[in-house]
Design a binder for this molecule. Structure first.
Ligand code: PRT
Ligand code: ZN
Length: 285
């Protein structure tokens, strides 16, 4: 039987979310503590636990068929793989930061400066595109301390909350790249392997869609139903069931997370009562 080899990060920021995603897709396997690989028990995949930096090349060379990796690592590595899906976790940005007391008016201020980074290739391309001639110092870690020890005038590093920059007396001045975890695939998968990728993708999309939506139940007086129904579009249209209490109905529907609070406020104002909001586990539309 054909099995697909998926590479995920062994430990680090993407490890837990990658494992969680696969488990939410109903795939069970052992978590890979002190292990290089684990076989799924109920889905034709084998999970490889690797350093994130190795994943793009392993997938490009077919050692693994697919992988989960940060776009930042992928773009830096410039490997020949296909991005099949953006996964919505591991979000961060690759940014340029300078000492916070430095006056910074724009990219021209970086001209002739020394910038420390672990993302040499991405930074080089960015500076070239912006026609800035700066000196790139490639270092392998703790980039944020480089200006403090006189190694560089600026840094280019990943930022999520910004607290690392703040604690090191730096301020973010330019975004070079926005990144999130992506599912990548080898470009030469055969039809059988692609079929497994499609099955996995179907599950991933159902899980992600469910997270972006909530199931909502509420009671409404019948004379307000029209107004309330207009507020909640639902997948097709809301389900309306009569309550035992005459003159009242129960309305069931699905709301998107983004517009959720705004709609709840409007529903209350329109006369809805007993509003229940329930998470959705999987959503196939
Ligand atoms: O051991 P391995 O090589 O596999 O892991 P790693 O140490 O190289 O990577 P890891 O686990 O730190 O990050 C894995 C991936 O998570 C990255 O490639 C990004 O795609 C993603 N990611 C998301 C981040 C961050 N957010 C992030 N904030 N990766 C690193 N950081 C670091 C950043 O480098 C800086 O040191 O966190 C610090 C800044 O965080 P804030 O919150 O203070 O801004
Ligand atoms: Zn790494």
């Amino acid at each position: 039987m054909t099995k697909l080899k998926i590479a995920i990060q062994k430990s680090g920021r993407l490890n837990e979310d990658s494992i969680r995603l696969l488990k939410e897709c109903g795939i069970s396997f052992n978590n890979g503590v002190n292990k290089l690989k684990a076989e799924a028990l109920n889905f034709p995949i084998e999970v490889f636990f690797l350093r994130d930096d190795d994943i793009p090349e392993y997938v490009a060379e077919g050692v693994a068929d697919i992988g989960i990796v940060g776009e930042n690592v992928l773009i830096e590595a410039n490997s020949d793989v296909k991005v099949v899906e953006r996964l919505g976790f591991g979000k961060c940005r690759l940014s340029i930061a300078v000492p916070k007391n430095e006056k910074y008016k724009g990219l021209k201020d970086l001209q002739g400066k020394r910038i420390a980074t672990t993302y040499k290739n991405v930074l080089q391309k960015f500076l070239k595109k912006e026609k800035i001639d700066a000196e790139i110092h490639e270092i392998s870690g703790s980039v944020e301390i480089a200006p403090g020890i006189g190694l560089a005038d600026a840094i280019c590093d990943l930022v999520s909350s910004g607290s690392t920059l703040f604690m090191n007396g730096l301020k973010e001045v330019e975004t070079v790249l926005k990144s999130e975890a992506v599912l990548v695939a080898n470009k030469k998968l055969n039809a059988k392997q692609m079929e497994i990728v499609e099955r996995l993708l179907f599950r991933i999309r159902a899980v992600r869609k469910a997270k972006q939506n909530k199931y909502i139940l509420l009671n409404a007086p019948n004379d307000k139903l029209d107004k309330i129904i207009k507020l909640i579009p639902g997948i097709k249209s809301p389900t309306i069931l009569p309550l035992a209490d005459e003159g009242w109905s129960s309305v069931h529907s699905v709301l998107e997370e983004d517009e959720f609070w705004e709609i709840i406020e409007k529903l209350k104002a329109a006369g809805a009562q007993g509003i229940l909001v329930v998470p959705i586990e999987k959503m196939i539309v």
